[in-house]
Design a protein. Structure first.
Ligand code: SAH
Length: 341
C-alpha cells in the first residue's frame, strides 16, 4: 500500500481502486498524512493563507437536506446584511490584515446581479482578492461578477454520486451544478469545489469518484468537511461524518493536486478540537477565519456547534495565528493565488 502512496507522489495520479484501498486501509493513515504534508511543503510551502469569511445572508431558497439554512427550517432567525454594511465589514477585515475576503450566503435572490456587482467592485477598490460562495447562478451572472472584479468562486459539488446528490438536493439538478463549475472555470475564476464526507448512504467508492472529479476539473481549491447533522433538518437523526475519513480524502486530494489551495475547514474543527491544526499538517494550507460580527454568526447555522460563534473577528485572527506559529508555519502576506507547480 505504501507503494501506491509513493507512486501517487511521483505521478499525481491514482486509479479508482487504488483510492478505494487507501481509504479502506487505516494502517496507512500516518504514512498518508506525512506524505501529504511533505507534498504540501514542496509545492505550496510553509505559508498559510488566511481568507476572511463574511456570511452576509442566511436567507436561502434551497432545501438541501443537510443544511440548517434550508428554507423549510422555520426555527432560525433570518438576516441579510445590506450592501454598504458588507463593504464596511470588508474594510474592517483589511484593517485586520486579510488579503482575501470570502463572501458567503444562502441563495438569496435579494442580491440581484447588479447589487452583487456593486458590492464586488467596492470591495475590489480596497485592494483585496475576492472570493464568492453564493451558489448556483446563470453563466451571465457569473460573467458579470467576473467583470466586476471577483477573482474566485467556491461551489462544492457536495457529492458526485448522482443518485445521492438527487436525494440530498430536492429540486436541484446534478448536471447543472457541474455546468456551473465548468462555466466558472471557463470564465477565468479560480474555481473551488469540494464535498461533504459522511452523508447518509455515501460509499467509499463514491468518495474515490469525488477525488477523481476534483482532478478532472483541475479545481484550484478543494474544501472537504465532515457532514454534521443539524437538528432542524430531515437528516437530524443521521450519524455524523468521520473526522479521519475526511482527513484522508483531503490528504489524497493533496497528492493528486499538489499545487492547489486546500483549507483546513471549520467543520473539521467543530468535530475535533484540534481539527484545523491536524489538517494543516496533513495537506492543508489555507484557513478561513470568520470575520462576521457575532450578532450574525450565531444565525448562520449551517450545522450546529459551529466554533467561535461568540467571538469577534479580531479574536479569531489572533487565535488562529497563534496556532499557525505553534506548528512552525507562518501567515502569508500575499493574495495566495494558485501557482502552478
Ligand atoms: N449557498 C452556498 C454556500 C453554502 S454553505 C452554496 O451553495 O455554495 C457552504 C457549505 O457548507 C456547503 O457547500 C456544504 O458543503 C456545507 N454544509 C452545509 N450544511 C452542512 C452540514 N450540515 N454539515 C457540514 N457541512 C455543511
Amino acid at each position: 500500500m505504501k507503494d501506491v502512496i509513493l507512486s501517487a507522489v511521483k505521478t499525481h495520479t491514482l486509479k479508482k481502486d487504488e483510492i478505494v484501498s487507501l481509504l479502506s486501509d487505516d494502517t496507512i493513515n500516518e504514512a498518508l498524512f506525512k506524505t501529504a504534508d511533505k507534498v504540501r511543503k514542496e509545492f505550496v510551502g510553509d505559508e498559510i493563507h488566511l481568507r476572511g469569511l463574511i456570511e452576509f445572508s442566511n436567507i436561502c431558497k434551497r432545501t438541501c437536506k443537510y443544511c440548517g439554512l434550508r428554507c423549510e427550517n422555520k426555527e432560525i432567525e433570518r438576516y441579510r446584511i445590506k450592501p454598504e454594511k458588507i463593504v464596511k465589514y470588508a474594510k474592517n477585515a483589511v484593517n485586520m490584515g486579510y488579503k482575501t475576503i470570502v463572501l458567503q450566503s444562502g441563495e438569496d435572490d435579494y442580491f440581484s446581479s447588479d447589487k452583487m456587482c456593486e458590492v464586488i467592485s467596492k470591495i475590489k477598490d480596497l485592494g483585496l482578492a475576492l472570493t464568492l460562495s453564493i451558489g448556483e447562478k446563470t453563466r451571465e451572472e457569473y460573467e458579470a461578477y467576473k467583470k466586476a472584479g471577483a477573482d474566485r468562486f467556491l461551489l462544492r459539488i457536495e457529492t458526485t454520486d448522482k443518485t445521492l446528490y438527487t436525494k440530498m438536493h430536492p429540486n436541484m439538478n446534478f448536471e447543472n451544478r457541474k455546468k456551473c463549475l465548468h462555466d466558472l472555470k471557463e470564465l477565468g475564476f479560480e474555481t473551488g469545489t469540494g464535498i461533504l464526507v459522511g452523508l447518509p448512504e455515501q460509499s467509499i467508492e463514491s468518495l474515490a469518484e469525488d477525488i477523481l472529479f476534483f482532478k478532472e476539473l483541475d479545481a484550484d481549491m478543494i474544501g472537504i468537511g465532515p457532514f454534521i447533522p443539524h437538528p432542524n433538518t430531515p437528516l437530524k437523526n443521521a450519524s455524523q461524518g468521520n473526522f479521519t475519513l475526511s482527513l484522508k480524502v483531503m490528504a489524497i486530494t493533496r497528492l493528486l493536486l499538489p499545487d492547489i489551495n486546500i483549507p483546513a475547514t471549520t467543520a473539521m474543527e467543530t468535530i475535533n478540537q484540534n481539527g484545523r491544526t491536524i489538517a494543516l499538517q496533513a495537506g492543508a494550507n489555507v484557513v478561513m477565519p470568520n470575520v462576521t460580527v457575532s450578532e450574525y454568526r450565531k444565525k448562520y447555522e449551517i450545522y450546529p456547534n459551529k466554533i467561535c460563534i461568540n467571538e469577534d473577528g479580531a479574536k479569531c485572527r489572533g487565535c488562529i495565528e497563534e496556532k499557525i506559529i505553534s506548528i512552525g508555519r507562518r501567515v502569508s502576506d500575499s493574495f495566495g493565488f494558485r501557482k502552478r507547480g
